[in-house]
Design a protein around this ligand. Structure first.
Ligand SMILES: Nc1ncnc2c1ncn2[C@@H]1O[C@H](COP(=O)(O)OP(=O)(O)O)[C@@H](O)[C@H]1O
Ligand SMILES: [Mg+2]
Length: 410
């Protein structure tokens, strides 16, 4: 399956055109162009075909071989995924206790507007994203074919761990969205439930265990629809391990351990459903003392981005500021292009080479800090509604220096 060109088409919410029709038109459009840029969003309004203009929001082409930047359409092995974004906003699932309403979980119907192209905007060095996606796809194949899990051990738990700000929570949400799109012919939609463990465990109620049951009964109702892909996200799972440990030391009331145990038992229950995916994160890099985590099938260490990824993060930020007309438009080249011209500095490559230097300087900063830098740069050093790229790069340089100073003083 390594030579597939995946084309994900985001159909407008109010469009009633049949998938097949849209796919045919997109195919004609790109065939006329001869080739497509990979991992680059094409907007419907920019299409030549009038029907696409009215019915398509955007589309994106990706190829399994990540080294390529373009691909010829003729003869390509294409798989289409056409989807519409749900228009509903996130819903908060509350549960009623004797004294108050507790926000127990957040609930999205996927693919959701909020996570549109989130996956494409997360950059990692290794094949992390591809591996994740393949894992999800294999899981669903095994489920669909009813592989006996007492013979082949596999369940549906993913753990992403690593330092804070490395994109773990975002990656969980993005994989859920991606899976909902890519498995579109298997499921009608996805559901993402983010369990609010902070709020669930911040207070201890004698009936907390019952509240967990209530929440999971709702999740099970969702799971009973075989056409829904149900993703359950438990963020910062180490907080559960922490509860257990302090219980063992007799610090916390025993109610809390009961709640954590109830949660773990419930998770074990829902793992039996074929259409579930359990996503967990932890900010700890060492092992977490939690039996549940041992059973995670895939444990991925998420680290700080390398120079190539930093360059991509900065590029996307700068392009966004050009789109918003805050920075004067000017091309920013792909790193592969800079390499191709031997990093020779000309008027055309000057800014990109400067950006590469800034990326090298930013090593060791988290993805979260990097995404904040352009805003800080503007607030601290630009302030005007519009400036040149050169001015902005200078501002970024000053901001990076400041960020590094701050992280050293921490
Ligand atoms: N590798 C990365 N590539 C792009 N953006 C990143 C990366 N790592 C972190 N970010 C950005 O940093 C922010 C914080 O990410 P988050 O998912 O909350 O991290 P974590 O859960 O690991 O603390 C998000 O806006 C995310 O887009
Ligand atoms: Mg997080």
């Amino acid at each position: 399956m390594h030579d597939l060109l995946h084309i994900e088409i985001c159909q407008k919410a109010d469009s009633a055109l049949l998938k097949g029709e849209i796919e045919g038109l997109v195919y004609e459009e790109i065939l006329a162009e001869g080739k497509v840029d990979l991992d680059c969003v094409y907007y419907g309004e920019k299409c030549k075909n009038e029907t696409l203009k009215t019915h398509v929001e955007s589309f994106l082409c990706t190829y399994d071989d990540a080294e390529k930047h373009q691909i010829k359409i003729e003869g390509a092995n294409i798989k289409f995924y056409t989807y519409r974004l749900t228009q509903e906003d996130v819903a908060t699932e509350t549960i009623q206790t004797d004294s108050e309403q507790l926000s127990a979980a957040s609930h999205w119907i996927l693919p959701a507007k909020e996570f549109h192209y989130l996956w494409e905007n997360l950059f990692y060095d290794s094949e992390m994203k591809e591996n994740l996606l393949h894992f999800v796809q294999s899981t669903m194949i095994f489920s669909d074919k009813n592989v006996n899990s007492t013979i082949i051990s596999w369940n549906k738990v993913i753990l992403l761990h690593g330092p804070p700000g490395t994109g773990k929570t975002s990656l969980c949400k993005a994989i859920a969205q991606k899976a909902a799109i890519r498995l579109g012919d298997r499921f009608t939609h996805g559901e993402l439930i983010e369990i609010n463990s902070h709020s669930l465990f911040s207070k201890w109620f004698s009936e907390s265990g019952k509240l967990v049951m209530q929440l999971f009964n709702e999740i099970k109702t969702l799971l009973e629809n075989p056409n829904a892909l149900v993703c359950v996200l438990i963020d910062e799972i180490e907080s559960l391990a922490h509860v257990r440990k302090s219980c063992a030391n007799g610090i916390e009331p025993t109610d809390s351990i009961r709640v954590v145990n109830a949660l773990l038992t419930q998770l074990d229950h829902i793992k039996r459903f074929p259409n579930v995916l359990i996503l967990t994160t932890s900010n700890m890099t060492e092992s977490i003392d939690l039996a549940f985590v041992d059973r995670a099938d895939i444990k991925l260490l998420v680290g700080h981005p390398n120079v190539q990824c930093i360059y991509k993060i900065f590029s996307t930020c700068l392009k966004e500021l050009m789109r918003a007309d805050i920075i004067e438009s000017q091309p920013i080249h792909e790193l592969s292009y800079l390499k191709f011209v031997g990093y020779e500095e000309t008027s055309c490559t000057k800014a990109s080479i400067k950006l590469l230097e800034l990326s090298q300087l930013s090593q060791g900063l988290s993805g979260r800090t990097l995404r904040r830098i352009p805003f800080l740069a503007h607030a601290l050093h630009i302030q005007n509604p519009k400036c040149t790229l050169t001015q902005f790069l200078r501002a970024i340089y000053l901001t990076i220096e400041k960020q590094k100073e701050e992280s050293e003083n921490w």
